[in-house]
Design a protein around this ligand. Structure first.
Ligand SMILES: NC(=O)c1ccc[n+]([C@@H]2O[C@H](COP(=O)([O-])OP(=O)(O)OC[C@H]3O[C@@H](n4cnc5c(N)ncnc54)[C@H](OP(=O)(O)O)[C@@H]3O)[C@@H](O)[C@H]2O)c1
Length: 239
């Protein structure tokens, strides 16, 4: 799918990788970028970026908020399920509520938003891009709650690839490594700028590459996983 002239919805568009997606989509000539933000004030602030940006107030954990926002979307070619939460750390030490809130955003939020956009995507024979992570493939114990929610989102992605495919909709997925955003601000490690991740993920969508490893860490770890999934598990166990 070429981005030029297309209408795209990005959840969690107010900062981090989501904000980088907005800029990259505009640069590639998207006709409309529906920029979702959980808070109304963050959504309003997105209006100033460009006349093609339509801010939408969407809390992906609130189905009424999703329905109200999607009602304002006239045509849609690409949905980017980008909104994400990392509050579930060690599975033994995190509260159940913390892990549940990662599932609410990372699994249920992405699924509910996809279902709400389905009629519009079916009409355009469009696409969905799910922002997953390397820890969808092999859990990192220090963020075991988040990893479990993203593993569930990966399983959901695989199931929807078949079900959306039957309706003419293409399911893309990106599996970044460490990206330099607020989400992992306190982690000391090499990180890739969000602009690079957004660019490479959109290159994959434009090239029709269904699974994308959008940064150097992702490429290395993804290759290890393809060779032997236990190698990635062992690598992450020591991080
Ligand atoms: N950073 C990394 O190293 C990394 C690596 C692999 C994958 N990813 C994935 O990439 C995506 C973007 O991550 P990021 O690093 O840009 O994270 P981030 O800087 O923490 O930003 C997260 C975004 O998601 C939004 N969000 C959270 N809960 C939401 C909700 N209930 N409804 C709507 N929006 C919500 C946030 O909105 P508020 O501003 O209102 O909180 C914010 O816009 C996530 O899916 C993440 O899991 C990130």
């Amino acid at each position: 799918m070429k981005i030029r002239g297309k209408s795209v919805l990005v959840s969690g568009a107010n900062r981090g990788i989501g904000r980088a997606f907005v800029d990259a989509l505009l640069e590639r000539g998207a006709s409309t970028v529906f920029a979702g933000a959980r808070s109304a004030s963050n959504a309003d602030a997105l209006r100033a970026i460009d006349a093609r940006v339509v801010p939408l107030h969407i809390d992906v954990t609130d189905r009424a908020s999703i329905a109200r926002a999607v009602e304002r979307v006239e045509g849609l070619d690409l949905l980017i399920n980008n909104a994400g939460s990392l509050v579930g750390y060690s599975l033994l030490e995190s509260t159940r509520e913390a892990v549940e809130s990662d599932f609410a955003v990372n699994f249920w939020g992405a699924l509910d938003l996809t279902k709400a956009c389905l009629p519009k995507l079916e009409e355009s024979r469009g696409a969905v891009l799910n922002m997953l992570t390397l820890v969808s493939m092999a859990s990192m114990a220090a963020i075991g709650g988040y990893s479990a929610s993203k593993a569930a989102a990966w399983s959901m992605t695989q199931a929807l690839r078949k079900e959306l495919g039957d309706r003419g909709i293409t399911m893309f997925a990106a599996y970044p490594g460490a990206v330099d955003t607020d989400m992992i601000r306190s982690f000391e490690m090499d990180k890739t700028p969000p602009e690079v991740v957004a660019k490479n993920a959109l290159d994959a969508v434009e090239a029709g590459t269904l699974d994308c490893f959008p940064d150097p860490m992702a490429q290395q770890a993804g290759a290890a996983w393809l060779k032997n999934p236990r190698d990635l598990e062992a690598m992450f166990a020591n991080m």
